[in-house]
Design a protein around this ligand. Sequence first.
Ligand SMILES: [Mg+2]
Length: 307
Amino acid sequence: MVSIITRAQQLIAPFNNSEYFIIPNAESLKNKIELFRAAGIDNFQIVSDFDFTMTRSLVNGFQGKTSVTIAQNTSSSLERQQVISDLINYYTPIEINHQINEGVKAQYMKEWWAKSSAIIIQDKYDQKELEKVVDDSNVYLRYGIDNVMKICEDFNVPIYFVSAGLGNVIDYFFRSLGFRLNLKIFANYLDLDDEGKLTKLSEPAIVSVEKSKVLQGMKLKSHILLMGDMISDCTIVQEGNYEEIIRIGFVNNPDTANLNRYQENFDFLILNDGNMVAVEKILKLILSNHQETDEAKNLLLHELNLN
Ligand SMILES: [Mg+2]
């Protein structure tokens, strides 16, 4: 019998059983969940980073691609691979260095985006060609992401992605999975030029350290579930723009991450490039409100190590 593997099945990683959780303050998180339940579905939304938050950072033991490196078509030539990895090796240490002033860092990040987007533009993709490159890329969305998206769709929960990556690619992933209705993607985009080629860059460029600017002044729901893999992702939603916030952090490589800083900034940490199952459980706790039995609620709390 021939088994048909759907695009969604190809895109989603298998369950990663080496994940584990850290909850810096279980009491505080439980209280927050109660506040979210009391506020109700209409006052709730998700705000999230995309690269290495929705996607796994390792794919079959190798460093995964980002929405930008996918479009850079790294498989096209060895020379191009070298240029791209040189850029990553030069700019990543700057991006994660906490000693560098944010303004200076932002300039470096803009320089990085200018160089790396120039590589994408060289290929002069039309929409279909870009989609083909994405289809051929070896990317894993986290296990359980489809359930998380389905719950949000069913309950009409808005999801805002704020990414310094490439919006065209992020958008295509979610369309491939069949989810699009309740999503907004704030990212860098390639727009079509007069010849129907994707060569025009959206302005201003969104860079990782300036994500806090993206939603500034925008009316958000009062209760926000925020997800990210970098500590700077915590600043995507600024104080004053929410009443309550639950921050879920993905620590993809606990050996190299500054765990203390992650624990200071996030309410729930998923370590070792884990799954979306815990996110689904937290969502169920928030959204089921008072319909479920105490038993079901306690089971979810128990599964999350919260009681
Ligand atoms: Mg990220």
